[in-house]
Design a protein. Structure first.
Length: 390
């Protein structure tokens, strides 16, 4: 079991719709100690949109503290609580979108062994979140992590520059170019990262790393690989190369792409998935049962490794070298690889912590593009494109 946390959230709109804002806070469920506070203005929105945004901000703050926490969400919005609990239907398009965003966070939480509950409370019991939401409506931004200030959750990683988990030889994070920088900001090459199609392990949410069972794509995965190949071919112009990891599912996905492009795929084993050692083949729930308190460490501690496995630092170092080699090829380079390698590239470019990088959704057979400019800086052009799978 993870840490027990309480999320209190609220949102409001002066006019409904009108000037809107949200507020949220996270407490320790055992001691009631304040761990985090969030508030922000939302422009012109409805009460319900603001309430949903507050709840999402609270969930993200809680997951940053412990990705495998047991979270109790408490709100005075009957609508949000009942809809998120699945007891009321969600009819409004804005609510559907926001509920889907929240459910994605919940899925990540549960995959790490955490749990969530939804409780309605009277407004009088939600005064702290209500005050923060009024701060948001007043145009104030609050982004306070008391747990970082006090060391209350020392096991969670701080957001750190990308140099903490990637080679210094990598291109530096992008900067916003001015008019005088237009020549330097012209893309010199494009890196398209494609996550492999599904295997039976993927469907069963089992860890499947370097040195593990190495399953092949299943029937659905082969269909996804073919769809990804068509999508890549539709957007690629000029010289192109295809690289794959050495693992079967990535090689098979890369082969489909290479065939569609009329080129030969090449293997680079540094694009392999992280090695999970003795955890390979297990789900996060099984890891939580067999190794209590350990599952969350994989997501937030860069030096942590399962027995016989690989740490995030080690993974990031080899991915940095693989990325450097791919960029040196020039033109468009398509890499058929895995979730954590793609996550690691994005983490390096965006300068975020490992715990926050786990919140980036990277679906099977999705496309992520990085444009690298002539001066070596890079831009994340799009992430997790799955339009070809719909």
């Amino acid at each position: 079991m993870g840490r027990r946390l309480v999320v209190e959230a609220d949102g409001g709109s002066r006019g409904n719709p009108g000037v809107a804002g949200y507020g949220a806070l996270v407490r320790d469920a055992t001691t009631s100690a304040l761990l985090a506070e969030r508030a922000a203005p939302l422009g012109k929105q409805s009460n319900n949109v603001a309430e949903y945004q507050g709840m999402i901000a609270g969930l993200r703050a809680a997951v940053a503290i412990d990705p495998g926490a047991d979270i109790a969400v408490r709100m005075d919005s009957k609508l949000v609580i009942e809809q998120m609990a699945g007891r009321w239907k969600i009819k409004h398009a804005d609510m559907q979108r926001l509920a889907a965003e929240a459910q994605e966070i919940v899925r990540e939480l549960r995959s790490c062994g955490g749990s969530i509950s939804w409780t309605w409370i009277p407004r009088a019991e939600n005064k702290a979140a209500d005050k923060l939401s009024n701060d948001g409506m007043d145009g104030k931004h609050v982004d306070r992590d008391v747990w970082r200030e006090s060391g209350a959750a020392a096991s969670s990683a701080e957001p750190v520059p990308s140099s903490a988990s990637a080679s210094s030889s990598e291109p530096t994070p992008a900067t916003v170019p001015g008019p005088e920088d237009r020549v330097a900001s012209t893309p010199a090459m494009r890196l398209i990262l494609v996550r492999h199609g599904v295997t039976d392990f993927t469907v069963q949410s089992r860890l499947d790393g370097r040195g593990g069972a190495d399953p092949s794509l299943n029937a659905a995965g082969r269909e996804q690989a073919a769809a990804a190949a068509t999508a890549v071919a539709d957007i690629v112009t000029g010289p192109v190369a295809v690289l794959t990891s050495s693992l079967a599912r990535a090689r098979e996905t890369g082969a489909a792409i290479a065939a569609e492009l009329g080129v030969a795929a090449r293997q680079d084993a540094d694009w392999d998935e992280q090695s999970f050692g003795e955890w390979d083949g297990l789900t996060f729930r099984q890891i939580g049962e067999r190794y209590p308190g350990q599952a969350a460490r994989l997501r937030v501690e860069d030096d942590f490794r399962a027995a016989g496995g690989e740490s995030h630092v080690e993974l990031a170092d080899r991915i940095a070298q693989a990325r450097k080699r791919a960029i040196a090829i020039g033109g468009t380079v398509v890499v058929a690889t895995h979730r954590k390698p793609i996550m690691t590239v994005l983490q390096s470019l965006l300068g975020i912590s490992t715990g926050h990088a786990w919140l980036i959704n990277i679906d099977p057979a999705s496309l992520t593009a990085i444009d690298v400019r002539a001066d070596g800086t890079a831009t994340v052009t799009w992430v997790n494109d799955t339009h070809h799978l719909r």
